[in-house]
Ligand binder design. Structure first.
Ligand code: ZN
Length: 403
């Protein structure tokens, strides 16, 4: 079999799911062959077909995993909220800051004032921090523009990140993130703009891979969220939702009703929400960075999610207000320390289940023949080391689409 590139001597965690598997299965002395950016063969050297490679790369027993995937970020934004952080240290709550015109709205002002090029330039250092950890796919949301023109500008900036760097970008339109001040007291009128103007414009330009919303007391009601989802469905866009972060508005069950790819945060998720997600195959995307940064004390119902077989993904939620986190490795450590996820759950959460949460499992997230050859090659002995250390990056090399 002819191939462009062949990686040999690898200890491979394919993350492909095998029934009854406990822990992370690792193939010793494995090989990965790729051509035209796709995996042709992966498995133990002893079982490989004869492989004739243009280039052979010795992995010297390093651990190889799928390239990591960050399935929930607000990485495109202008400005920062370091001053609010300082206020929060003196005891002011997130809700108080939001109601006083801070929070999301302060980032909205900075983002509206920035050009598309400025948004790209300011996001790239954060993107580069993720790339340095072996990340090959990043989800990026809009949601700080909150006008049609500014939301489109954010989504164009998000797409441009994938042209500036070797990286797969999945975009989510999040017009229903916060109520812009010009619509104060008239959220329904704003939601009409989201549904009748923004979603059609975003769909017409092909700028979003999904539609997201923030269903919360300081965001939008379940009824408003449902209107957004209905508009998304009209334009054949899949949905996802910020749900049950600060309270239980039964957003996860609503998202599941619309076949959502994922429901995210979920600290206040109840049993009915878990059951609805399990039935719909909706991924639970957990955001331990936001939990940590806001000093939340109620953890998502991990045991219930596990028992119901709801897939669990992990993300940075990189955003300037509640999770200024640009390390997916640290998010894995937090998933373990704060939520008691296992090593296997943490690693699957940033590979296979993260791909599932983006509707990209056919393309990436596991090492299997036919998928994009997205690899992270690590200077570690065991998968546990990727979760165990804090603030240490053992990446040896990163491969995206075979290069
Ligand atoms: Zn978010």
């Amino acid at each position: 079999m002819r191939c462009d590139r062949l990686w040999t001597g690898a200890r491979i965690a394919t993350l492909a799911k095998h029934p009854g598997e406990v822990g992370v299965a690792v193939i010793d002395n494995g090989v990965i062959a790729a051509s035209d950016g796709r995996i042709l063969h992966v498995g133990p050297a002893s079982e490989a077909p004869a492989l004739d490679a243009v280039e052979t790369i010795a992995c010297d027993d390093r651990l190889v995993t799928p390239g990591l995937i960050d399935p929930h970020t607000h990485i495109v934004h202008a400005g920062d909220r370091a001053l609010e952080f300082e206020q929060r240290l003196t005891g002011v709550s997130y809700e108080e800051i939001a109601r006083a015109g801070g929070g999301i709205v302060s980032t909205m002002r900075a983002t509206r004032a920035a050009s598309e090029a400025e948004l790209v330039a300011s996001a790239l250092p954060r993107v580069d921090a993720l790339i340095a950890e072996g990340v090959t796919t990043i989800e990026v949301k809009s949601g700080y523009g909150l006008t049609t023109a500014d939301e489109l500008k954010m989504l164009r900036a998000a797409r441009a990140l994938g042209e500036a760097r070797p990286l797969r970008i999945a975009t989510s339109f999040l017009g229903a993130h916060a109520l812009p001040p010009e619509f104060q007291g008239n959220a329904d009128a704003y939601i009409r703009i989201v549904c009748e103007e923004m979603i059609p414009a975003v769909a017409a330009k092909g700028l979003a891979d999904a539609v997201d919303a923030f269903c919360e007391g300081i965001g939008f009601t379940a009824a408003q969220t449902e209107a957004v989802f209905a508009a998304a469905r009209t334009h054949s866009l899949p949905v996802k939702l910020h749900a049950e972060q600060l309270s239980n508005l039964h957003g996860a069950a609503l998202a599941a009703k619309f076949g959502a790819l994922s429901a995210d945060h979920l600290e206040h998720l109840d049993d009915a929400g878990i059951a609805a997600m399990a039935r719909a195959g909706t991924v639970a995307t957990l955001l331990p960075g936001a939990y940590y940064f806001t000093r939340e004390t109620k953890a998502p119902p991990i045991a219930g999610l596990r028992a119901a077989g709801v897939p669990i993904a992990l993300a940075t939620d990189c955003n300037p207000g509640t999770s200024p986190l640009t390390s997916l490795l640290l998010a894995m450590n937090m998933g373990a320390t704060l939520f008691r996820l296992t090593v296997s759950e943490c690693l699957a959460g940033v590979t296979r289940e993260a791909a599932r949460a983006l509707g990209l499992l056919g393309e990436t997230g596991t090492l299997e023949a036919g998928k994009s050859c997205d690899l992270a090659i690590w200077d570690v002995e065991s998968p546990a080391e990727l979760v165990y250390r804090m603030g240490f990056n053992p990446l040896h090399a990163r491969v995206w689409k075979g290069r």
